[in-house]
Design a binder for this molecule. Structure first.
Ligand code: 9MR
Length: 374
């Protein structure tokens, strides 16, 4: 935090204005940006958190404006935040996000309407804690979706309608929605979203999409929605990656399998852990040793690791460019390393390095390479 504050004026000065030969220029005139370089291929976006939307994290905001032409809500549109009680909506944070995107000419993405996680506790149960009937759940889903989608009608480019509903083995995740409504909750959610804003794009979004079971089942789901005449525009491949997963080849296979359904593909939550994957079942009985394994680079990322990380990120970006005919958006899950959810996963307080900009808001080497800036 201290470092951020000390560097802030410099960073902002560097990013926002430059003085060349007495003429003040904006960053887009002065240097290349991701959106200038790749905006003709696909939307290029980032997830924003509340500190950014509220304007507190000015350095991140400067990066967002300079480099990205799309934003997505990292948390403020999730059910537990936006609709915490049956008769209470908390729309102010989402309003600010949509205003910010609109003021800056960005495609705003809504995330997410129906998800088992970060679901408000009241949503699927009655006052005694028992599952509500199918009719009541459908009524609640309709009310939730039509209120939120309807509020931003015409202002949101597209919605993650259903998030993370399919397991690795291809079966449906046994969420409350599934328990009460069966598979039909998915087409129903898409239908409600479409009715609330017929112009908005609609997406199915999931992680670990390289896994064959999930790949096949998601492709089948998209086909069945299309056969029913239900709008689905794209499959969101979240793209939470690590140093050892997925392979570019497996990721490409899934990308092509989704494109073969006729839907577009979006890379919706891109980041790559730079830390070794530590298995939950790792046989480390000593807590200190386990913590060290989880948090191996508490000061800085070693050059040797950084080189591999950057090469891997570049390979994936090259893959996205190769398939720019079917990929309509690439979105990073955050702006700079310090903000990433990965610092707290699977344990709080790790030092992670997963995003396109480092803790000092500087572009990583592969980003500079993409922009051909030294
Ligand atoms: O980045 C989000 C983090 O701030 C939240 O605490 C977390 C809660 O589940 O959700 C994170 O975002 C998730 C996204 O909404 C859906 N895909 C997985 C993302 C990382 O967990």
């Amino acid at each position: 935090m201290k470092l951020k504050q000390t560097l802030l004026p410099l960073v902002i000065a560097g990013l926002v204005t430059a003085c060349i030969g007495g003429k003040r220029t904006t960053p887009s005139e002065e240097s290349s940006s991701l959106k200038a370089a790749f905006g003709n291929k696909f939307l290029i976006g980032a997830a924003l958190n509340q500190r950014q939307v509220s304007g507190e994290d000015t350095a991140a905001i400067a990066i967002a404006k300079h480099h990205f032409n799309s934003i997505v809500a990292e948390n403020c549109m999730k059910c537990e935040v936006i609709h915490p009680e049956e008769n209470r909506y908390n729309l102010t944070p989402a309003d600010s996000l949509v205003d910010f995107g609109e003021e800056n000419g960005m495609a705003v993405i809504g995330h997410c309407l129906i998800w088992h996680s970060q679901l408000a506790p009241w949503f699927c149960v009655d006052s005694a804690g028992k599952n509500v009937s199918p009719e009541v759940l459908k009524q609640r889903m309709k009310e939730h979706i039509s209120t939120i989608v309807g509020r931003y009608k015409g202002r949101i480019h597209g919605w993650d309608v259903v998030n993370e509903a399919i397991m690795e083995d291809g079966s449906y995740r046994k969420t409350k929605f599934y328990e009460i409504l069966g598979k039909e909750y998915i087409p129903y959610a898409f239908q409600c979203a479409h009715e609330a804003d017929p112009e908005a794009e609609l997406y199915y979004n999931d992680y670990g999409m390289n896994v064959p079971g999930r790949r096949d089942s998601v492709a089948a789901l998209v086909r069945s929605l299309k056969e029913k005449g239900i709008r689905i525009d794209a499959v969101g491949m979240q793209g939470h990656m690590g140093m050892d997963y997925p392979t570019v080849e497996d990721f490409e296979k899934s990308l092509l399998a989704f494109a073969a359904t006729g839907a577009k593909v979006m890379i919706t939550e891109w980041d790559m852990s730079a830390l070794p994957t530590v298995s939950h079942t790792a046989n480390i009985s000593d807590t200190a040793a386990y913590w060290k394994a989880l948090n191996p680079y508490p000061e800085t990322l070693p050059d040797s690791v950084s080189r591999i990380w950057n090469a891997r990120m570049k390979s994936f970006f090259d893959l996205f460019l190769k398939h720019a005919d079917v990929i309509t958006r690439v979105t990073a899950w955050g702006i700079s390393d310090g903000d990433s959810w990965k610092n707290d996963f699977p344990m709080r307080g790790r030092r992670e390095y997963p995003l396109l900009f480092d803790r000092n808001y500087q572009p990583k080497p592969f980003v500079r390479e993409l922009l051909q800036t030294p």
